[in-house]
Design a protein around this ligand. Structure first.
Ligand code: NAP
Length: 259
């Protein structure tokens, strides 16, 4: 059984640590910057903890860096004198595995492509794991672990993962922002957001069934410029939403010739 060290005590560390333990892969040590969170998660995982990389288990097999993206390199640098030849991976979708290269001889990426929050229990069987490593044996190891705690596993290179991350921002963050605008528009008219729930569900169901491009409906794809003009007038009080509406409509149908 691999000796696993988890670095971080945030959302990913919290869920991943518990899932690993639940699947018979207990975390052997937890390291985190702040003591209180380290202790809290270590208690949950029934494991030892530290705030200092000098305490890193000398016989660790796999170190998972699960800290904020912009702290990954400084954390890798801090642990560098103590990692030896241990496999070290981070969990970030938007960060190259190669950022670890200056500090870590055996590095890789173990990226679960899902949005994790403390409040929701992840459905592990539906989470794609995007793994990669500089040596093939480690890729196989990461694939085995991902199969044990999840179901869907892909080997994805640094370059592919950056594009995957951009696509995920469109599919999740931007789509959610549009939902949020829709909610506010209804709220201003004293209408409940629930009115749109069936439509939102249908949109997602169809996008999952077929290519979303083929499923596109609405005034922009129809070239219905009179309706578009009325919508733009209604959004006069919200110039940023109006601009977004124009840009998205243009993107759906470049023929509209809007200002
Ligand atoms: N959450 C998601 O949906 C999700 C999904 C896929 C991948 N990821 C990736 O997983 C990683 C962790 O994300 P998260 O959502 O778990 O973050 P998070 O909940 O915000 O937790 C951040 C963790 O980073 C530590 N940290 C922050 N700045 C640090 C620094 N300068 N030095 C050392 N440690 C520092 C924090 O330590 P303290 O406790 O001391 O503050 C905390 O343990 C990121 O690379 C992220 O891209 C996240």
């Amino acid at each position: 059984m691999p000796k696993i060290v988890l670095v971080g005590a945030g959302r990913i560390a919290w869920h991943l640590g518990r899932r690993l333990k639940g699947k018979g892969l207990p975390v052997a040590q937890l390291i985190n910057r702040s003591e209180e969170k380290a202790r809290e998660l270590a208690d949950t995982l029934q494991t030892s903890w530290s705030t200092n990389f000098a305490d890193l288990l000398p016989d660790a097999d796999w170190i998972i860096i699960a800290v904020r993206d912009d702290a990954i390199t400084s954390v890798a640098e801090s642990m560098s004198p103590f990692v030896g030849d241990c496999l070290v991976t981070h969990t970030s979708g938007g960060t190259a595995g190669a950022v670890l290269a200056p500090f870590i001889p055996r590095y890789g990426v173990f990226y679960p492509l899902q949005s994790f929050s403390f409040e929701h229990t992840p459905v592990w069987s539906k989470i794609p794991f995007c793994v990669d490593a500089i040596n093939q044996e480690d890729v196989l190891f990461l694939k085995r672990i991902a199969k044990t705690i999840g179901n869907l596993v892909y080997q994805v290179t640094d370059n592919q993962r950056t594009y995957l991350h951009v696509a995920a921002v469109f599919a999740n963050n931007f789509a959610n922002h549009c939902f949020s605008i829709a909610e506010k528009i209804l709220d201003e008219q004293d209408l409940p957001f629930e009115l749109l729930h069936p439509l939102m569900e249908e949109t997602l169901a169809k996008a999952l069934q077929d290519s979303p491009g083929r499923m596109q409906t609405g005034p922009a794809i129809r070239g219905d410029t009179a309706t578009i003009g009325r919508h733009l007038d209604l959004l006069m009080q919200h110039p940023d939403w109006q601009e977004l509406y124009k840009q998205l409509s243009k993107n759906i149908n470049g023929e509209l010739g809007m200002p």
